[in-house]
Design a binder for this molecule. Structure first.
Ligand code: CP
Length: 306
């Protein structure tokens, strides 16, 4: 594995190896005994062209806990604002002998383009509506720790699937590891021909959640909507927002997930987001650090003996 650009095409054995390594980092993070010499002498640059809280912070923490020199570039105050292109920015960072480049960009395929141009290992931290591979890995780790296996787990991915790179990466990963995936949402927010990815489509929440083991809610990405695809946030919540009544259709004790950031009262009710036993949203964030440590570790090994 030279770069991590997508889940699509990654062999299940590689996914499992990453999850196994991440599992070991969960325990090391909890005890504060992370191997700070693992990436000593390596440089990690975070290059985020879109906003982020969880992904950017956890990559920064992951790099530091493994001993890398970590730089997080604030694009808003960089020379991108003076007209420098994405490729020139990447070539500039590459010339500083950066080993790992973590990129988030609004354009699908931008990290893959950079991967062809730089010597550093590139990690896709979310590109347009394409993929967000480390999110799917951390979601899988959360589920595997809670349920033991993903095989035959019924996972309902609900809401704005059309604009969701999280949904796309999760569909590829979950189906590859044997889960039965449903996508649930209004017809305007379900991608055309998504069934070809091996998922079942539902437009009714009650039917889509019926008997589900896991309910994964997605943020309504109004910033990516060129035109109104939902009538209003209030009406959207009424039909597609996860509240206690809708969750009752899922299996008793079904797990509730959300990649964040959440819009409370739009796609999820606060009482569900903060549910003491069923919500694993905070756990997802914790798993994010461990998964990103595993990804950085594996890529550094692939690029030379870190
Ligand atoms: N899930 C996720 O990507 O969150 P951020 O946008 O805060 O990184």
């Amino acid at each position: 594995m030279r770069h991590l650009l997508a889940i699509q095409g990654l062999p299940p054995s590689a996914v499992t190896a990453l999850l196994d390594l991440a599992e070991s980092y969960v325990l090391l993070n909890r005890t504060g005994k992370t191997p700070r010499d693992r990436l000593r002498g390596r440089t990690l640059i975070n290059l985020f062209f879109e906003d982020s809280t969880r992904t950017r912070t956890s990559f920064e923490l992951a790099g530091k806990r493994l001993g890398a020199d970590v730089i997080t570039m604030t694009v808003a105050t960089s020379s991108v604002n003076k007209g420098e292109t994405l490729l020139d920015t990447a070539a500039t960072l590459n010339a500083m002998n950066c080993d790992l480049l973590v990129v988030r960009h609004a354009v699908s395929g931008a990290p893959a383009l950079l991967a062809q141009k730089v010597d550093a290992a590139v990690v896709n931290a979310g590109d347009g509506t394409h993929e967000h591979p480390t999110q799917a890995l951390l979601d899988a780790l959360t589920l595997r720790r809670r349920r033991g296996t993903l095989d035959n787990l019924v996972v309902a991915i609900c809401g704005d699937v059309l604009h969701s790179r999280v949904a796309r990466s999760n569909i590829h990963l979950l189906t590859a590891l044997g889960a039965r995936v449903r996508v649930v949402g209004p017809p305007t927010l379900i991608p055309p021909a998504v069934e070809r990815l091996g998922v079942a489509v539902f437009h009714d929440m009650a039917a889509g959640l019926d008997g589900a083991d896991v309910v994964m809610m997605l943020r309504l990405q109004q910033e990516r909507m060129a035109r109104g695809l939902v009538p209003s946030a209030r009406e959207y919540f009424r039909f597609y927002g996860l509240d206690a009544a809708k969750l009752a259709r899922a299996r008793p004790g079904a797990l509730v997930m959300h990649p964040g950031p959440m819009n409370r009262g739009v796609e999820i009710a606060s009482e569900i987001a903060d549910h003491p036993t069923q919500s694993v949203i905070r756990e997802q964030v914790e798993m994010g650090v461990a998964v990103r440590m595993a990804v950085l570790d594996m890529l550094a090994r692939a690029g030379g003996d870190a």
